[in-house]
Design a protein around this ligand. Structure first.
Ligand code: GTP
Ligand code: MG
Ligand code: NA
Length: 461
């Protein structure tokens, strides 16, 4: 159905927080899926997106809505899942810059942790409103669960000692937030949401608190962020998350449309490793509502789709599109060259990164993963691993040739390619063996570091 400018778009909600606080599990509970159990090492390494339709929202908040006098006016909600592992600062940053409001998940048992603090700083620097989910309340000793119930009501029904444990732990989190200059209060006691952060107790295992969380976010966005989430039909805001080959579809790009609309056959400009590519949209696809965009599903075809939405685009010439860059539509009156330059701007900046004259080659599947790997190798590894060259995409013979230059420079240990989540061409693999270039591959970033340090230690012996 066509949408008018006077309506609200779905807000984008970003879930952030320290590793293993339960971000993906909370979403699994809302979706009734098992995405978390399918993740390598149980950790999230990509940005995900799930659209919840208005009907789902109404259904999920039903136990509280009547009492709260809430009428859902949002057309839906697009929820973005981010990784909590320390290596993915760039993806948290991207997620937080895409969203209208955030859920910062804190493990009630652990309190504030390093990436909680990092997330807090990101949210503050971008002035993004957020609520805190105090997750894993079911781990309070003697917890009596009411499946999918309101956590406020559940708490009232706990034994004295259980409630006391919760109160003590919640008070500790409140104090830790206070120490960082933030006022925080359990949401039902929060009389001033503009200056005080709301704490919403949740459990991703029992589903308690999910009604409270969704109700609170719905309220904040439709009552306080109406300007921000006005639908703008002519102002496309769209970001590439990932490039993926999908059986039967060919090359596709997963994107987030924040605002505006995309249509089949639109002429778009995409930022690729080979420069700006002008192409037209062959298909606009989404997973069904309440399903994760990053998981393969029965996609729905659309003639036209509105922001906010997680969308898969099929088009030609997009193989080397770069995650994190914008997609723009060429309108009738637009200057194509201006749009090409605008689309390439961010990538141009990242590729200006300083490199070492002697060091390993780093190759990753996306710009985001590459940035994360670089951050990890140079800032978090001890000692840091020097990097002489970077690339995005599969490994070919020419990449092995670049690595072999380190043999000539008398640094055989750096004749190494650290490859994250990329395919190795058969010819490249054979050539690497022939000339003595090592290729370490992993789908978890810090395993690359482990392999490389083990290899270095072996050399020392
Ligand atoms: P990253 O994406 O890797 O940062 O982790 P995450 O924040 O998405 O956490 P994830 O959903 O992977 O959950 C981590 C672990 O905590 C899993 O073993 C979950 O089963 C467990 N867990 C998550 N939420 C809860 C909860 O509310 N209660 C209990 N008891 N366990 C939970
Ligand atoms: Mg996760
Ligand atoms: Na995890």
């Amino acid at each position: 159905a066509a949408r008018s400018a006077a309506s609200l778009r779905s807000p984008i909600v970003c879930i952030m927080g320290h590793v293993d606080t339960g971000k993906t599990k909370l979403l699994d509970k809302i979706r009734q899926t098992n995405v978390q159990e399918g993740e390598a090492g149980g950790i999230t390494q990509q940005i995900g997106a799930t659209f919840f339709a208005k009907e789902t929202l109404k259904d999920k908040v039903a136990v509280l809505a009547q009492e709260a006098g809430l009428e859902v006016r949002l057309p839906g909600m697009l929820v973005i899942d981010t990784p909590g592992h320390e290596s993915f600062t760039n993806l948290r940053s991207r997620g937080s810059s895409l969203c209208d409001i955030a859920i910062l998940v804190i493990d009630l048992m652990h309190g504030l942790e390093p990436q909680t603090i990092e997330s807090l700083n990101l949210l503050r620097s971008k002035r993004t409103p957020f609520v805190v989910a105090l997750n894993k309340i079911d781990r309070c000793y003697g917890w009596k669960a009411t499946a999918d119930g309101s956590s406020r009501l559940s708490l009232q029904g706990q034994d004295g000692a259980t409630r006391e444990e919760f109160e003590t732990r919640a008070a500790r989190v409140r104090m830790e937030l206070n120490e960082r200059g933030l006022n925080a209060e359990l949401y039902w006691k929060n009389e001033d949401p503009a200056s005080t952060v709301s704490l919403v107790p949740t459990s991703a295992i029992t589903g308690e608190g999910i009604p409270d969380l969704l109700l609170w976010i719905t309220r904040l966005t439709q009552e306080r962020l109406t300007e921000q989430i006005m639908f703008m039909p002519d102002l496309l805001e769209c970001t590439v998350l990932e490039v993926k080959a999908v059986e039967g579809l060919g090359m596709t790009i997963d994107t987030i449309i924040v605002n505006g609309a995309l249509r089949e056959n639109d002429r778009i400009v995409v930022c690729t490793l080979d420069g700006p590519v002008v192409t037209s949209i062959r298909a606009v696809l989404t997973p069904p509502p309440s399903r994760e965009l990053r998981i393969k599903s029965e996609y729905i075809h659309h003639k036209e789709i509105y922001g906010a939405m997680g969308v898969k685009i099929c088009a030609q010439g997009i193989e080397r599109a770069i995650a994190g860059t914008p997609i723009m539509v060429i309108g009738k009156d637009d200057n194509e060259d201006d749009i090409k330059e605008e689309v390439m701007k961010d990538f141009t900046n990242v590729m200006k990164m300083d490199l070492d004259t002697r060091g390993v080659i780093v190759q990753a599947s996306t710009l985001g993963a590459l940035e994360a790997l670089m951050q990890f190798l140079r800032k978090e590894c001890d000692p840091p691993i020097p990097v002489s060259s970077v690339n995005i995409g599969p490994i070919y013979r020419r990449d092995v040739m670049r690595a072999s230059i380190m043999l000539e420079k008398g640094k055989p240990e750096y004749a190494t390619i650290l490859a994250f989540d990329v395919r190795i061409d058969a010819d490249a693999r054979a050539y690497a063996e022939e000339v003595g270039v090592r290729i370490f591959t992993a789908d978890i970033i810090y395993h690359l570091f482990d392999q490389f340090t083990a290899f270095m230690a072996n050399l020392m012996e």
